[in-house]
Design a protein around this ligand. Structure first.
Ligand code: PMP
Length: 427
């Protein structure tokens, strides 16, 4: 049993002592106390099916025993900084990660977060190419430090940053985008951005294969191969941000970019890599990695023994429990069931995504695609009252984000859809 302070007491402390910018999803904020695989438990021991997984973070399941064991064992033995001495956990996890990558992508820089990974990736691209301009896609989220906030392309996430050399290309958004699903047309526009908006040379391009924060938007087919061609011609490097769509989540592939038949020059990752513990990584080729030897590059905790021991355990669990296959099978089933819900409720404008990275966009008018923002919040709130947690996102805040731990079962999928159905039927 839980003997700690109540939700109300925690909320009071949060208001008084924590940043006023922190937000809660629910009218009655949820006090989570315990986690087990795809379930969370509140202060009264009430169980919730977690279909958001801490924002696509928990890939193996909450408190997965193998991951916990690896972390605890390493913590008991030694935890220290990453850089100064040898440690087997760091080297072994780097080797294991490299074995999951295509091509010559085999040199790993560990960081503490996705923001750090993307900052580093963009710096490497600038150093390697000698150019400065970076292109990211409108509606993207890449982090909250100076450079990554520049690359992030939604006003809601941008403070008063210097927009230092980042251009935002059209979003190849198959639902709302001007060219529909024609990826090559969006890619042509990006070529125009290079031709008219830069010297003709760029340092790089950064994109997620499926925008997470942006509302589970999968890049239109044909887009990435064409864009990678343009970027290469302009002397730049292609960066794949796999912070949300990596680590087997998309089911059909281990990495999101693989569904597009491209091989990036740099891959960044975080969230799922550690099943909830803070670790991120940048993976690139030996040749590109050389640029960081120009000066000292140092990160006290990036890739520390505890986090890398945990990360390595995550990879083993994904393999042992066939979580990629599960994401494919259960994700396809869940998408099918959500799609049939769309036939029942006018308010569902679009169902999309891959594997266990699914989105449901709510609109008050299917023709106009008017965002149903209030209804989105209402359904989320009611679903929580009925024991199911989902996320939301998208530029208008009207897209459900379904990114559960990859151990999610068909029964869980049924429960989620039944609860969504029930909630919508009462509206
Ligand atoms: N890239 C993507 C695609 C993300 O979704 C996020 C976090 N939402 C980040 C980068 C930044 O990661 P972090 O919050 O760990 O800095």
């Amino acid at each position: 049993p839980y003997n700690g302070p109540s939700a109300a007491e925690i909320l009071q402390k949060r208001i008084e002592f924590l940043s006023p910018s922190m937000f809660c999803f629910y009218k009655k904020p949820l006090n989570v106390v315990d986690g087990k695989m795809q379930y969370l438990f509140d202060e009264d021991g009430r169980r919730y099916l977690d279909a958001f997984g801490g924002i696509a973070t928990v890939c193996c399941g909450h408190c997965h025993p193998d991951v916990v064991e690896a972390i605890v064992n390493q913590t008991k033995r030694l935890q220290h900084s990453t850089v100064l001495y040898l440690h087997h956990a760091i080297a072994e996890f780097a080797e294991a990660l490299a074995s999951k990558m295509p091509g010559d992508l085999k040199v790993v820089f560990f960081t503490n977060s996705g923001t750090e990974a993307n900052e580093l990736a963009m710096m490497i691209a600038r150093l390697y190419t000698g150019y400065h301009d970076i292109i990211s896609i409108r509606n993207a989220y890449h982090g909250n430090a100076a450079g990554t906030m520049g690359a992030t392309a939604q006003s809601g996430w941008k403070f008063n940053v210097v927009q230092c050399g980042v251009h935002h290309a059209l979003n190849p958004d198959q639902y709302r985008g001007v060219f529909g699903s024609d990826g090559e047309k969006y890619a042509k526009d990006l070529q125009g951005l290079i031709d008219y908006g830069t010297t003709g040379n760029v340092a790089g391009f950064i994109a997620e294969a499926i925008q997470g924060v942006g509302g589970i938007l999968e890049l239109a087919p044909g887009y990435l191969p064409a864009v990678y061609g343009s970027i290469k011609k302009a002397g730049g490097l292609c960066i794949a941000d796999e912070v949300q769509c990596g680590f087997a989540r998309t089911g059909s592939h281990f990495w999101g970019f693989e569904a597009h038949g491209v091989v990036p020059d740099i891959v960044t990752m975080a969230k799922g890599i550690g099943n909830g513990i803070p670790i991120g990584a940048v993976v690139t080729t030996p040749e590109i990695a050389q640029v960081l030897t120009q000066r000292s590059y140092f990160n006290t905790f990036g890739g520390n023994p505890v986090c890398t021991a945990g990360g390595h355990a995550v990879l083993r669990v994904i393999e042992k429990e066939k979580l990629q296959e599960n994401a494919f099978v259960v994700g396809s089933y869940l998408k099918e069931r959500l799609t049939s819900l769309k036939e029942k409720y006018e308010i569902i404008g679009d169902v999309r995504g891959r594997g266990l990275m699914l989105g449901v966009e709510l609109v008050t008018d299917r023709q106009e695609k008017t965002p149903a923002k209030i209804e989105t919040i209402h359904v989320m709130d009611q679903m929580k009252e009925n024991g199911v947690l989902i996320g939301k996102g998208g530029f208008y805040g009207n897209v459900f984000r379904i990114t559960p731990p990859l151990c999610f079962t068909k029964e869980d999928a049924d429960f989620l859809v039944d609860v969504m159905d029930h909630t919508m039927s009462k509206m």
